[in-house]
Design a protein around this ligand. Structure first.
Ligand SMILES: [Ca+2]
Ligand SMILES: [Ca+2]
Ligand SMILES: [Ca+2]
Length: 160
């Protein structure tokens, strides 16, 4: 091998590696968030939606606002009672790319979550029940109990 082709090979490798790294980590979505997170863009989208002032930290107020928005969006007939049908028909985040096994897993997890939220067991999740469960989730996510949920804390919560 002559000198030129060795150089060319070296350059090719150097160029190719970061591309591979990005493909592996980014799940095919090219939108960087500028926060150095890898492979979490879908989650970051959700975090960003909650973090309304975009300072990388979700406060209890921001979380509460987001929970109310989510409830209003899910309560299709706007009667302040979320039925299981309404809840189950909502796609929680990105799910279209999942295989059917993952999908039904996710649906089962949703059923469990619905039952957990429905404290009085009347088969509907009221606004209060939903907000309380949102608060509980926020507190659970705030692992260091400083009243804020950081990106890192949020990520850990999502994988639980
Ligand atoms: Ca914030
Ligand atoms: Ca209820
Ligand atoms: Ca925290």
């Amino acid at each position: 091998m002559n000198r030129v082709s060795i150089l060319a090979l070296a350059v090719t490798l150097a160029l190719a590696q970061p591309v591979f790294a990005q493909q592996n980590a980014g799940g095919g979505m090219g939108m960087g968030t500028g926060q150095g997170m890898r492979g979490g863009q879908m989650m970051m989208g959700r975090f960003g939606a909650i973090d309304s002032d975009a300072n990388g930290v979700v406060t209890a107020d921001e979380a509460a606002t987001s929970v109310e928005d989510v409830y209003s969006a899910m309560d299709a007939d706007d009667n302040g009672a979320l039925t299981k049908d309404e809840y189950m028909s909502v796609r929680m985040g990105p799910g279209s790319g999942l295989n059917t096994a993952r999908q039904s897993e996710r649906q089962a997890a949703k059923e469990d979550r619905f039952a957990t939220m429905d404290k009085d067991g009347d088969g509907k999740v009221s606004r209060d029940e939903f907000i309380n469960s949102g608060k509980a989730r926020f507190e659970a996510a705030d692992t260091n109990k400083d009243g804020n949920v950081t990106v890192e804390e949020f990520r850990q919560q999502m994988w639980r």
